[in-house]
Design a protein around this ligand. Structure first.
Ligand code: FAD
Length: 463
């Protein structure tokens, strides 16, 4: 057994450390389509913040790289360990420490999953509103990726829900940031710099997140359009209407056919309408009062008809829920169909039509297939790229990102940069911003041991 493995076992106990062949394959990868799995030297499963601090102190003293891991559902290769490094898996730190009904917050350990939190909140008629497509994801992973998902158009993303953190910095110091309040102007906002930092600045050991009343009633409205531009052009008008949708998703006809074929979702679209429909808009409304929901649903249906929808369907609740569930599985369908990469560019939502037109031209010019669906309400476009030639694919993706950035967009809306998109960041992002990010990393993690090689190349981790 190596010295490091022995030292880790001294901290957490031998049962909470694996090495060699005892390491389960799950710890070697996440769900990124392009990433190569890597076996770490060891996997350590701390049970407390004190354990985490001691693990980081050991790594700082020995220069061993640490890669934080929640549930491994990430799509950017960000929790894949480095050769000779150690995975810090938060699966044992999975307690909901408090559901504070007066301050409307939950205090959670990082290994708590979204599903676990949702089940615990249901009896209180409360909801934690961030629903990225995979409910087995951990809150620690959500914080580190600033996870978004379908409900961002109403509630925002993870960073809008995180009020405070406990985190271990790269020396092993434990800090607490924020608290059970929504406002604070007390120096730099350290909570928000850790949110979305993909495990490169600190290991999150506790989070205080906002809770909301859970509305009892929901309605799903489906509107087929003759063109993608029709769908995406309707989105700003729906948002501006004041109806306050919970989610606004677009699904192109290829993805909709896959949803029908793979998940047997029957949404009752007239065959003549289906034949003309190139894209679909799905809008979900929710309310605590049924009469108000009905009123808003009718208003939305009229609005969509006026915006050029071929037809408007208010789905029965079971069909509506099945459609949303199947839409959440779009990633698995793209993977099964042989997609080579998944992108999650974000652009200002009013620029989606222009952006999608540019993507279609680029795909055609490179002889590639690019299909998608997306969180249209927040301009977050999920594109499945089918192009087997790695060089052609790289150039296409570079151009697809560049086209979005020229419209004021960003390379990733919610999946993060990880290891898999960092080449594009290096090629396209402002060098002054990247240099500042490296200086920030060096301040949090002076030994460069926290998830090196994620967001930046490891050799450039120091300023
Ligand atoms: C089918 C499918 C659909 C998805 N849909 C969406 C979607 O709609 N929106 C969306 O945003 N994402 C989506 N995702 C991506 C994924 O679910 C999110 O990125 C999620 O936040 C990852 O959580 P995790 O626990 O699996 O993190 P992991 O994959 O384990 O790790 C992700 C990152 O977090 C870091 N990390 C984990 N725990 C900690 C910690 N305690 N401290 C510091 N860093 C930590 C890791 O080092 C890594 O950088 C989807 C994934 C799948 C498979």
């Amino acid at each position: 057994m190596s010295d490091i493995v022995e030292a880790l076992a001294d901290i957490v106990g031998p049962a909470a450390v694996s090495s060699g062949d005892a390491i389960n394959d799950d710890y070697t990868h996440d769900e990124a389509l392009t990433a190569t799995a890597q076996r770490p030297l060891a996997v350590v499963r701390p049970a407390s913040t004190a354990d985490v601090a001691r693990i980081v102190e050991l790594a700082a003293a020995t220069g061993v790289a640490l890669t934080a891991r929640g549930s491994g559902t990430g799509l950017s290769g960000a929790c894949i360990p480095v050769d000779g490094g150690v995975v810090v898996s938060f699966e044992r730190m999975n307690e909901i420490l408090e559901i504070d009904l007066d301050n409307h917050v939950a205090v959670v350990q990082p290994g708590v999953t979204l599903d676990q939190l949702d089940q615990a909140l249901k009896p209180h008629d409360l909801v934690y509103p961030v629903f990225p497509g995979e409910s087995s994801a951990s809150l620690g992973g959500n914080v580190a990726t600033n996870a978004g998902g379908m409900r961002a158009v109403k509630y925002g993303v993870t960073r809008h829900q995180v009020l405070g953190l406990e985190a271990v910095l790269g020396h092993g110091e434990v800090i607490r940031t924020g608290g059970k309040f929504v406002k604070a102007t007390t120096g730099y906002d350290l909570t928000q710099i850790i949110v979305g930092s993909e495990g490169t600045l600190a290991l999150v050991t506790e989070a205080i997140v906002r809770l909301y009343p859970r509305p009892a009633h929901a309605a799903t409205v489906l509107a087929p359009f003759a063109s993608l531009e029709g769908v995406t052009g309707a989105v700003p008008k729906i948002v501006a209407s004041g109806i306050g949708p919970l989610l606004v998703e677009y699904i192109d006809f290829i993805t909709m056919d896959a949803i029908r074929n793979n998940y047997g979702v029957e949404v009752g679209v007239d065959p003549a309408v289906k034949a003309q429909a190139l894209a679909y808009l799905v809008v979900v409304l929710e309310d605590r009062r049924e009469d108000r929901l009905e009123e808003n649903t009718e208003e939305l249906a009229n609005l969509l008809a006026g915006l050029g929808a071929l037809d408007v369907y208010v789905l029965p609740s079971t069909a509506g829920a099945k459609l949303i569930e199947a839409r959440e599985k779009a990633f698995w369908m793209a993977k099964a169909a042989g997609a080579n990469d998944i992108l999650d560019m974000v652009v200002p939502r009013a620029s989606i039509p222009q952006y999608m037109a540019a993507v279609a031209d680029l795909a055609q010019a490179s002889g590639s297939l690019v299909v998608g669906c997306g969180h249209a309400g927040d301009g977050n476009v999920h594109l499945s790229v089918f192009q087997n030639d790695a060089d052609v694919r790289h150039d296409l993706i570079h151009d697809v990102f560049a086209a979005g950035m020229s419209l004021g967009g960003a390379i990733s809306g919610e999946h993060g940069i990880g290891t898999e998109k960092k080449a594009y960041v290096a090629e396209l992002e402002d060098p002054a911003k990247l240099a500042l990010m490296r200086r920030i990393k060096a301040a949090f993690d002076p030994h460069g041991i926290l998830n090196p090689g994620t967001i930046f190349d490891a050799s450039e981790d120091s300023p």
